[in-house]
Ligand binder design. Sequence first.
Ligand SMILES: [Zn+2]
Ligand SMILES: [Zn+2]
Length: 371
Amino acid sequence: MMSTPTTRPCKGPRRSVVALALAACIGSAGAAQDGEQPDSARPAAARNRITVLYDAFGRDASMTKDWGFAALIEVGDKRILFDTGNNAEIFARNVKAKGVDLARLDFVVLSHRHGDHMGGLNYLLSVNPHVPIYAPRENFGVFGASFPGDFYRRNESLPAAMRYFDGKPPETLRFGTPWPEADFRWVATTTEVAPGLHLIVLKGTWGVDLEVMEMSLAIDTPQGIVLVVGCGHPEIEKIVAAAAAFKQPIHLVLGGLHLLPATDEQTRRIATALRDTWRVAWMAPGHCTGEPAFEILQNTFGARYLYAGLGATITIGAQPMSSAGERAADTSFDLADRQGYRELAGTGADLGENLHAHAQPRPACPRTGMP
Ligand SMILES: [Zn+2]
Ligand SMILES: [Zn+2]
């Protein structure tokens, strides 16, 4: 079933239901770690966290590493699946290894059309065929499309047999998708899909796929925005700038920052800008961020760098923590981890060679005037 595209635009910052729920949860239960408990056994009060279900590095031996990204986001009373990884079988294995029940989701966010983020969609639909799936609206994308029936120029002098639809086109023309049964909800512009949950839609302005539209999820929490990014094609600073328009500060950034093709110098500049210009408090990079960038971000953010490898659970709250926190002194890759990530990175679908846009200076934040 195809739903009407979502059109409600985002408004300015406000204290959201999510923020209130988070405040209540954090106040009563703290940000306790319980990443090892199965999904069904977790107390509701502790469910303010993000669990990485798909990535090419990680320490959880019960899970399978592969190039791609997926995460379960639990905030307030909402359960959100963000992306579905690269391969349906591996996604299914990893979901089961973490005891995640995909039948219980409020909605799904597909960040963009690349295979390493939606490869698990068939498995998701086999478990939860009717779940609402937010996907970026594209003209002729894989998520389907809808055009007015009169989108083409007409020639009314032609005989009916030479005219489209005999000269009487339907009011709306729908274009197909490999998942016609899925409840896709196209998002054309940045939209608040639930109180305090903003989907930021931007075009991927550099790399190998310049037309790709990508969505990031900005979660309004009492401490600021928690920003979940799939692949960072629109450039991480532009995504952060868009999130900062909802609320300051940016409390946590988690996911793929797409710094794989960046030089160390470019990466250091971006890491410093994220910390000092955009005031990102906590950093939990994964996926296409890249090994050199992992190290540079770790050096830049210090104790505020959170390990977000496959299987890690990051708690959301005043003091975010990673379930890998018991090894906080060793948040960098071990040798085997690094080798596997490199092998998978060499076959990844998101390896842009061109980083021209990253060399451009960033404008000041329009809301705060921060340099
Ligand atoms: Zn990717
Ligand atoms: Zn991508």
